[in-house]
Each structure stands twice: as structure tokens, then as C-alpha cells.
Design a binder for this molecule. Sequence first.
Ligand code: NAP
Length: 243
Amino acid sequence: MILTNKRIVITGGTSGIGLEIVHQLAIDNKLIVVGRNTKVLQSLNVQYPMLETHCCDLSCPSDVSALVQCLLQKHRSLDVLINNAAMQYSKKMTDQDYDPAAISTEINTNLTAVCLLSHGLLPLLQRVEKAVVLNVNSGLALAPKASSAVYCATKAAINSFSQSLNHQLKDSHVAVLQAFMPVVDTPMTEGRGSNKISSHFAAQSLLTGIRESVIEHDIGKVKLLRWLLRIVPSVAKRIMVNA
Ligand SMILES: NC(=O)c1ccc[n+]([C@@H]2O[C@H](COP(=O)([O-])OP(=O)(O)OC[C@H]3O[C@@H](n4cnc5c(N)ncnc54)[C@H](OP(=O)(O)O)[C@@H]3O)[C@@H](O)[C@H]2O)c1
């Protein structure tokens, strides 16, 4: 797909990888950016007057459904949906201060919202000759770490969901792609991880995956992880425990 003059919805366009994607696509495309941070949304509106912004809490399914209705009314078609927004609650369930309320917030944001947006916006995506749903995933979908158990589970679920949806859409013009990210230097990973790739490089790689229609795009060290999982799965899984 040539990413010029395309109508693109991106969630989580106010920070990290999503914000970088916005900067890399905003000049040549019609971007519809979803986020919660109204200050950043407003400054994007000033920087890119063509850009459309929507403030939406993706952890609230009724808000996501309202967003879908609004987009269905405003737009006749869509070329790309980038499901990028996610949160990661990094506590362990064995921690004294583990907050159980985070469980549903994380599942709603990372999984339910992706399913609702994919389903709700499918009619718009089916109106163009070639459309893409890109789900931003993680190496943790392939092998979980010890902390952030719910986050890892939502990413594994996104992997399964993306494959199923791709099967459902095999006779259509809509492709479901995934980008499997290594550790990226963004607010999500502040204060942890080493050898992070930059959000600029992460966004660039992700967009290459869309341009080249890569169904499962392993970025950076995820290539090595997937190889290790095939050759020596127990070693790969052990390495990931404390990732
Ligand atoms: N960073 C990494 O190392 C890494 C590794 C693998 C995969 N990933 C994946 O890459 C994607 C982007 O992550 P990132 O590192 O760029 O994270 P980030 O900098 O923390 O940005 C997360 C984005 O998601 C949005 N978001 C979170 N909860 C939301 C909610 N309830 N409603 C609406 N928007 C919400 C945030 O919006 P507001 O700022 O407006 O709240 C923000 O724009 C995620 O899917 C993440 O799982 C990241």
C-alpha cells in the first residue's frame, strides 16, 4: 500500500510510537487521531490543520462505541485502522499494592477496544479497493514475562484475534497485519529495559510493514526471539521471564 492520500485512523496518537506515526503520516494523508490527552490533541490540530482528532477513553466500551458511531457518520470510507493504543500495568499480582481494578481497564483498552473498533469500522474499510487493519503487538505476545501478566495476555489475545480476523476476511480486500515490537523508548517503558529502539525507528519500521503488507512483522530483536522459540523454545521463554 502506498501511504499517500489515505484516510487513516490511529489510536494512541498522542504519545510514543503513535505520536511518531502521526508525525510521519500527517503531511501526506488524512489522519484521524484518537487519544485522551487533550493538550497533545490540540497541539497536533495546530501543527497539522488537516488532521482530525477524537478524545476517547478506550477503556470504556460505551465511549468506543460512541466513537465508532461518530466515525461512521463523518466518513464514507477508510483505508487504514492502526490499533496502537495500549496500557501496561507493570505490577505483579503478588505485590501488596496490586490494584485489581487495573485488570478490566487493561483488558478493555488493549483488547476490547481493538475488537470494537475493528468490527465497527469494517464497513468503512470494506468500501475501498485495499484496506489494512494494523494491530500493534509485542514480543511479549509470543513469550510472556513475569510482570505485567494481564498486558502479556492481552497481547497474546491480539495475536490470536488478528489471525482469526484475517481468516474471516480472506476473500475481502481488507488485510489484518501485526507489528511485533521489541522494547521501544517511550513513556510506557520509562525507567526500565535496555537497548531500546527509538520510537522514530519503531514507527518507520511499522509503516514499512504496512507498505509491504507484512502479515506478521517482527521488528528488531523480535526476529531473534521468534527464531529462538523455534530452535530452543525453553531458552527463549527463560530469557523473556525478566524482559
Ligand atoms: N514501548 C514498548 O517498548 C513497546 C513494546 C512492544 C509493544 N508496544 C506497543 O506499542 C503501542 C504503543 O505503545 P507506546 O510505547 O508508544 O506507549 P505510550 O507512549 O505509553 O502511548 C500509549 C498511547 O495509548 C493511549 N492510551 C492508553 N490508554 C488509553 C485509553 N484508555 N484511552 C485512550 N487512549 C489510551 C495513550 O493516550 P494518552 O496519552 O492520550 O493517554 C497513548 O497515546 C502499544 O500497543 C504497546 O503495547 C510498545
